[in-house]
Design a protein around this ligand. Sequence first.
Ligand SMILES: [Cu+2]
Length: 119
Amino acid sequence: MPKWIRWNQQAQWPGTLALILLLTAGNGCSPSSAPTSAAKLYEFRGKVLDVSIEKRTATIQHEDIPGLMPAMTMTFQAGEAVDLEGFQVGDVVHGQLAVRGRDYVIVHLQRLDGDTRKP
Ligand SMILES: [Cu+2]
């Protein structure tokens, strides 16, 4: 490798490092930064395993959520727009999840087997 290229790379390195530090500094992972960032929406499909009207939570065995997490069973908080009384164990559902930091909130939920169960 010619000597001038090596010199050039070495001279650029400190500048590159400073740029990386600058870009990551304003994007911290601290919980305090979470509420100010916008929520991201993800679609999901799953099966209701438990519903708590009191706590406003639903435990859902969900399928793979691309870009967010693999298939698993977990308990979600339900947003104000979701009426949990309309759901029961065993319901197959489609929903929308708002993700803000480490907060997962169901903002939309509907049964996919709506015609097979009488209200
Ligand atoms: Cu999950």
